[in-house]
Design a protein around this ligand. Structure first.
Ligand code: SF4
Length: 394
């Protein structure tokens, strides 16, 4: 089966990327004909205003992909913008895709909302409300252990609620003005390119006549849209494209160091480029069961992100069971528990880190691999676009 998938260059990869995407790709490349691309055009759908880091993000992604096991002997690894036909097919598809298909795409509204939350309004609210939250916490007549962390939690909760209230129309313009918060940035994200990015995604897949697309459940509507676009093209101009299948895979959840989803924007991620010392610092600061304040307090490993890491990285299942038991019985303290998890994680990350370091020094090889991949991809893409032109009588 020919499989196609891509990733936006947003910086260095963390553990969440590996378990959510890359590990699956590494497996798939052994069994299928695989095309994996760095989706640099897609990076512009949300970050078009500031592209100064785009080149370095692409380079980091190249390094991470190879260090984590994507093999140019087994997969075609390339950069989307180097294969110019993607944009041509995108244009053709944009002519035949009804606008309503995009507007009703269930992830569109969510994404708009999420992007807004992460990038603009939420940050503005955080800034505007920080002093009020500080003042409020200062007025509480109790000693608060970790004041800064509580402040961040409160700010996050309030900012999220405020954003939702803006969306629901519950906050009027006067209040926004008073808080010096503007929705302008959001509307700058609300572009034609953003609405149409599933069309570009369809072009990315169909240009290689991809039959399988490894995705998470949240991406299913996009694959359905790709199938609909393929059907519509075939119906209008004759059989040209296959209808690709989504390849759903169960992936383990990798919490961030604060227990939320691991994400660069939350500042809770562990990167493959982190030094051993940085990993250790992050582990030692990790959130644990908040009810386990002292070593002898019984803990709840099932809600503790440190224990989630044990399940992923501490290979010895007997030891994992022992940790679970000792935590629950109050025989194991969080500091000791974290030391064990750090050693396990270090054992996992160290070989990838070394690979990264070697690749860092080998920029030419890196460029050659992606250049060759882009040429190979380009041959297929140009053949497909030739067929499309013929079908369109252009
Ligand atoms: S002992 Fe380990 S598993 Fe238990 S709460 Fe502390 S860090 Fe989490």
């Amino acid at each position: 089966m020919r499989i196609v998938s891509g990733m936006r260059p947003t910086g260095k990869l963390h553990l969440g990327h590996y378990f959510g995407v890359i590990r699956n790709w590494v497996r798939l490349q052994k069994e299928h004909e695989a095309f994996f691309f760095i989706a640099d055009w897609h990076a512009l759908t949300t970050a078009y205003k500031d592209t100064k880091n785009l080149k370095s993000h692409i380079r980091e992604l190249m390094i991470d992909w190879l260090a984590l096991g994507l093999d140019p002997q087994k997969s075609t690894l390339f950069i989307q913008s180097k294969v110019k036909e993607h944009t041509e097919l995108h244009l053709v598809f944009s002519m035949i895709t009804p606008k309503s298909w995009l507007e009703w795409n269930p992830t569109y509204k969510d994404m708009k909302y999420n992007l807004l939350k992460l990038q603009d309004l939420e940050l503005q609210f955080r800034g505007a409300l920080r002093d009020h939250v500080k003042e409020f916490l200062g007025s509480i007549p109790y000693r608060i252990e970790d004041f800064e962390r509580l402040e961040e939690h409160l700010l996050e909760a309030i900012a999220e609620a405020m954003v939702e209230a803006v969306f629901e129309g519950e906050i009027d313009k006067g209040i926004l003005k008073e808080l010096n918060v503007s929705k302008r940035d959001f509307y700058e994200t609300d572009t034609y390119g953003f609405l149409g990015y599933p069309v570009l995604q369809a072009a990315d897949i169909l240009i290689y006549k991809g039959e399988g697309v490894p995705v998470g459940e949240d991406q299913l509507p996009h694959i359905e849209l790709t199938r609909e676009i393929a059907r519509r093209f075939n119906h209008l101009y004759g059989d040209t494209f296959p209808e690709p299948q989504a390849l759903l895979t169960e992936t383990p959840k990798v919490p961030g160091t604060d227990g939320r989803k691991m994400s660069k924007s939350y500042g809770n991620a562990i990167f493959f480029s982190d030094s051993s010392q940085e990993v250790q610092q992050k582990i030692m600061k990790m959130f644990t069961d908040p009810q386990k304040l002292r070593k002898n307090d019984p803990g709840r490993p099932d809600i503790c992100p440190v224990f989630a890491y044990h399940k992923l990285f501490t290979g010895d299942s007997q030891l994992v069971n022992q940790i679970k038991e000792d935590c629950s019985n109050g025989k194991l303290g969080c500091v000791d528990c974290k030391k064990i998890v750090f050693n396990s994680l270090e054992e996992f990350i160290a070989p990838f880190r070394t690979q990264r370091e070697n690749l860092e020094k080998n920029t030419d090889t890196l460029m050659d691999i992606f250049h060759e991949g882009s040429e190979k991809a380009g041959e297929i893409a140009s053949q497909t676009v030739g067929e499309v032109r013929e079908a369109l009588n252009i």
